[in-house]
Design a protein around this ligand. Structure first.
Ligand code: PMP
Length: 440
């Protein structure tokens, strides 16, 4: 059954009347999505969209993946009762699989229901292990919306409070397209960031517990430092006995193409001490978690329990989704199809004034937009493109400081034909936005 347009407006009014004002919605006429299949979703008016954002990278493999649907409904028909007080086969199985894939020796896995809770737990573990509440975080980062995770989030448009239970020191390295380091080559940039880190540590009294970083900044606009930055950091951190937490909530599961985890682009000096994951692994079901060396994971000595973390239905979804990902080499697909998409988008951008940069890895692609003929970031351009793409049947995301970047992260089973089609639709949307801005 298709709905008439005024029903979506009515739902929007009801949303505004009962939900928080700070819960962001995309689009002037927000979308109500009703179902999906493969790389497509449909709205309540019956319109079909090619999905280049997947929620926010939450649809990892494909919408309504039959294996996941089957696993979820079978598990839901058996036992819904949930808590970590009882043994759970799907939880143990998924933990074994993730521990083996993590690259962390003697790994232990704790499941959560979100990325926020995963990072919160990682911070709890690191601060307890090191008996310190000092944390190093990256400028322009995003780590969640709980009290501790907003407190360390560097991207101020997503950090609603300046109060924090943690003492946070912000490090350079997440973004370099602007600012004092913009002109440096990779090696000089890494050396400058390491010097900044050393300097900061020298001036900090007491021990720092951990550095938390996204290998490619997600909400920050899909910006990646040069390969090896975190390996260089790791050498400094090891000297100071500081733990490295890799926030893989967006970069995990092969999305960046060349690597299964984002940290593997920085692997010379070993794996991180802790890794956090969420989003895609449940393909829409709430699965998040932390992986840590046993010594760090087991530094909590009081009893603990999670009622919903690792619940059987979500674990069944995670297992089926992970199997599909590995069996179909979707990491390889992300590398190949993502590479092609980046090439196409760079060709489109070459003829346009509003695109300053097309950057990315695999199926994690960012476009930074500026006011035509200037170097000024343009959130207005990003909003115009988002709307124009929607009108053409393409869903994309926004991000970056002030929201001046576009984010592209389709389900990882994206085909070449869909990549070509999406690139074409996005090119039209970019041209439309440029024309509007040039006329303004
Ligand atoms: N870390 C990163 C890198 C994220 O992108 C996000 C979500 N955008 C989070 C943590 C928080 O995850 P969640 O929304 O599942 O709490």
């Amino acid at each position: 059954m298709t709905h008439v347009p005024h029903e979506a407006a009515h739902l929007h009014a009801r949303h505004q009347a009962v939900l928080p004002s700070w819960l962001s919605l995309y689009y002037e006429r927000p979308l109500e999505l009703t179902h999906g299949e493969g790389r497509h979703v449909w709205d309540a008016e019956g319109n079909r969209y090619l999905d280049f954002f997947g929620g926010i990278l939450t649809t990892m493999t494909a919408h309504a993946l039959p294996e996941v649907t089957k696993a979820v409904s079978e598990q839901a028909g058996r036992i819904l009762h949930t808590s970590t007080l009882y043994l759970s086969r799907p939880m143990v199985e998924l933990a074994e699989r993730i521990a083996a894939l993590s690259g962390i020796p003697d790994a232990r896995v704790f499941f959560t229901t979100s990325g926020t809770e995963a990072n919160d737990t990682a911070l709890l573990l690191a601060t307890t292990h090191r008996r310190s509440n000092q944390i190093l975080a990256m400028r322009n980062s995003y780590h969640g919306r709980s009290f501790s995770t907003v407190g360390i989030t560097g991207n101020q448009s997503w950090s609603p409070t300046s109060l924090s239970p943690l003492q946070t020191l912000y490090v350079h390295g997440g973004v370099r397209s602007r600012g004092p380091y913009a002109e440096l080559g990779d090696r000089e940039f890494i050396a400058a960031c390491v010097a900044d880190l050393e300097d900061m540590l020298q001036q900090t009294a007491g021990g720092v517990a951990a550095l938390i970083a996204e290998p490619v900044q997600g909400v920050g606009g899909f910006t990646a430092p040069p390969d090896g930055l975190y390996a260089a950091f790791r050498e400094v951190l090891a000297r100071h006995d500081i733990l490295w937490i890799s926030d893989e909530v967006q970069t995990g599961w092969g999305r960046t193409g060349d690597h299964f985890w984002g940290w593997q682009a920085h692997a010379e000096n070993g794996p991180p001490d802790l890794l956090t994951f969420a989003k895609g692994i449940g393909n829409g079901m709430s699965v998040g978690g932390v992986v840590a060396r046993a010594e760090v994971m087991n530094s909590l000595t009081a009893n603990s329990i999670s009622t919903f973390g690792g619940s059987p239905v979500t674990m069944a979804a995670g297992l089926a989704n992970l199997n599909h990902l590995l069996e179909h080499d979707l990491q390889g697909n992300a590398r190949r199809v993502g590479g092609l998409l980046i090439e196409r988008l760079r060709a489109v951008a070459a003829g346009l004034d509003i695109v300053r940069e097309v950057r990315g890895r695999g199926l994690m692609i960012g476009l930074e937009l500026v006011r035509p003929g200037t170097d000024e970031p343009s959130p207005e351009a990003a909003s115009l493109v988002l709307e124009a793409a929607r009108e053409r049947g393409l869903l994309i995301g926004k991000g970056g400081q002030g929201g001046a970047s576009l984010r592209i992260a389709p389900p990882m089973s994206l085909t070449v034909a869909e990549a070509e089609e999406g690139a074409g639709l996005l090119a039209e949307a970019l041209r439309t936005a440029q024309a509007v801005l040039a006329g303004a």
